[in-house]
Design a protein around this ligand. Structure first.
Ligand SMILES: Nc1ncnc2c1ncn2[C@@H]1O[C@H](COP(=O)(O)OP(=O)(O)OP(=O)(O)O)[C@@H](O)[C@H]1O
Ligand SMILES: [Mg+2]
Ligand SMILES: [Zn+2]
Length: 493
């Protein structure tokens, strides 16, 4: 007997045989048992999750000679004919290869005639999004008022490409990617049936690589059986997939945590000996940072991997966030690097270079040209004042200098600063400055004054604004903002 690929050999024959998709199976089972049957079903979902399989099973459920049922017998001539692809009333069309309107018309022409062999004529249109617009229109007419004896089963990976008019006439079921554990369990079951010895970690790696697609998982299993000549081991799987076992990354992680560049490169060279695909290594690294980050915040006691907990203790949470981000960007740019290993090395170098510390970049700020207000601004710095006395003076403006008398203005909201002691201090230093005994009058005014203090405050704001502007335009900072979605915090030294 010729070798049949596992995906076909193990195509589920009943709703119960299917892996995952539990809610859909339940809804369909109930509907079938209660004979509440819609005239058009649409199965959507990513590749290899069971759309076509489900449609074929439904064809049997509707036509099994034991009656409409959720559990077709699989032994009657109808069930067998459907399984063998020889059932006369099942029209299975691959829309991808028959997109033209003539094809669709020809197909739909015999819709009005009753089934020749079974209860229903079933039109299973796979990859239905590939039909042309004219074809959709032709189909739409039939979908509007199909005869009692006709059922449509449509399947597509891209429901968004279907006209809304079609979508609204179908009962839609969205099949989900199959969870990793279910895939792994299923592979385990298949291995047992096929008498293949397989280690559990190896099957986990295969399941992970399948990315939610059971068909991909089965194809990988086929390959793995051929590769390992009947037995499946982790090392073989890594060699086959170009992946790397997570624990092989631990020395690299430890070197990174220690910020030891030599050890980091030594670890990369050891990794390279396994000749992995470095984009997979980067992916594994990203997933490792994720696990570390999670283990750092999740406090409830779970059965976490001891090794991850140990690694997590070596990194600060904010470092993990940064490294994760760098690794993600590294993976994004890997296609542009001359070789994946080089790309990987550069990514690690970035991690070593960009430890999350505050980055101080000196930016030249433009010199300020603030219109000088006369006299007081010049006198004040020469007055030999400090502390509160200086603050008081800085909040005044000069009204007038008469013979032996200085008249200052102070705005009413600064009046609380004023007391005899400070006023005396100010008068003394004015006398020193003018080298003669001076009187001092301080007039309280309701007006808003442009005082040296006010001027200084304005200058501060302007310098900060200018510095922020200059920083935003600084090429190095610009790059950092783009790469790491950073924000700028400018402070004046
Ligand atoms: N939910 C499932 N349970 C069990 N086996 C499945 C399931 N989904 C897929 N398979 C396996 O994958 C094979 C392909 O499945 P199927 O043709 O139904 O996928 P599909 O969703 O129609 O994919 P595509 O979008 O590529 O047409 C099946 O023969 C079966 O071996
Ligand atoms: Mg399909
Ligand atoms: Zn049957």
């Amino acid at each position: 007997m010729p070798y049949q690929v596992l995906a076909r050999k193990w195509r589920p024959q009943t709703l119960q045989d299917m892996v995952g998709q539990e809610p859909i199976r339940r809804i369909l089972s109930n509907a079938l048992e209660q004979h509440r049957i819609h005239h058009a079903y649409l199965f959507t979902g990513t590749r290899g999750v069971g759309k076509t399989t489900l449609a074929r099973i439904l064809a049997k459920c509707l036509n099994c000679e034991t009656g409409i049922t959720a559990t077709p017998c699989g032994t009657c001539s109808t069930c067998q004919a459907i399984d063998a692809g020889k059932f006369l009333d099942l029209f299975e069309i691959d829309a991808a290869s028959r997109t033209k309107v003539e094809d669709t018309r020809e197909l739909l022409e015999n819709v009005p005639y009753p089934p020749v062999q079974g209860r229903y004529k079933i039109y299973l249109i796979d990859e239905v999004h590939m039909l042309s617009n004219h074809s959709f229109n032709a189909l739409l007419k039939t979908l509007e008022e199909p005869p009692q004896h006709v059922k449509f089963l449509l399947a597509t990976t891209e429901p968004k490409r279907l006209p809304i008019t079609i979508l609204s006439r179908c009962l839609q079921f969205h099949l989900k990617p199959i969870p990793l554990e279910l895939i792994s369990d299923h592979l385990h079951y298949i291995c047992k049936q096929e008498q293949v010895t397989a280690d559990k970690t190896a099957l986990n790696y295969l399941s992970k690589a399948a990315n939610g697609s059971l068909r991909d998982a089965m194809s990988l299993l086929d390959q793995a059986i051929a590769y390992g000549q009947g037995s499946i081991k982790s090392d073989d799987i890594h060699a086959m997939l170009g992946t790397i076992a997570q624990q092989n990354l631990f020395p690299l992680m430890k070197a990174l945590a220690a910020q030891d560049s030599n050890q980091v490169f030594h670890a990369i060279h050891l990794l390279a000996e396994h000749t992995p695909d470095f984009s997979n290594v980067l992916e594994e690294l990203i997933s490792l940072f994720h696990q570390i980050a999670v283990s750092q915040v999740i406090t409830y006691q779970q059965k976490t991997d001891q090794q991850i907990t140990e690694l997590a203790a070596l990194f600060k949470p904010e470092d993990v966030q940064l490294y994760y981000q760098i690794a993600l960007l590294g993976r994004r740019d890997l296609a542009y690097t001359p070789s994946p290993q080089q790309g990987f090395e550069m990514t690690m170098l970035r991690m070593l270079a960009l430890q999350p510390k505050q980055m101080v970049v000196q930016v030249e700020t433009p010199t300020l040209t603030v219109a000088e207000s006369p006299s007081w601004q010049e006198i004040l710095p020469k007055l030999d004042l400090s502390g509160m006395a200086y603050a008081l003076a800085a909040n005044c403006t000069l009204e007038k200098i008469e013979d032996h008398k200085v008249i200052l203005q102070l705005s009413a909201n600064h009046q609380p600063m004023l007391n005899t002691k400070l006023k005396d201090r100010l008068r003394e230093s004015l006398s020193n400055y003018f080298k003669q005994a001076m009187q001092l009058d301080i007039i309280i005014t309701a007006a808003e004054l442009y005082t040296p203090a006010k001027k200084q405050e304005q200058e501060q704001v302007e310098r900060l604004t200018d510095a922020t502007k200059a920083a935003t335009q600084h090429p190095k900072i610009k790059q950092l903002i783009e790469m790491y979605d950073a924000t700028i915090e400018v402070s004046l030294l």
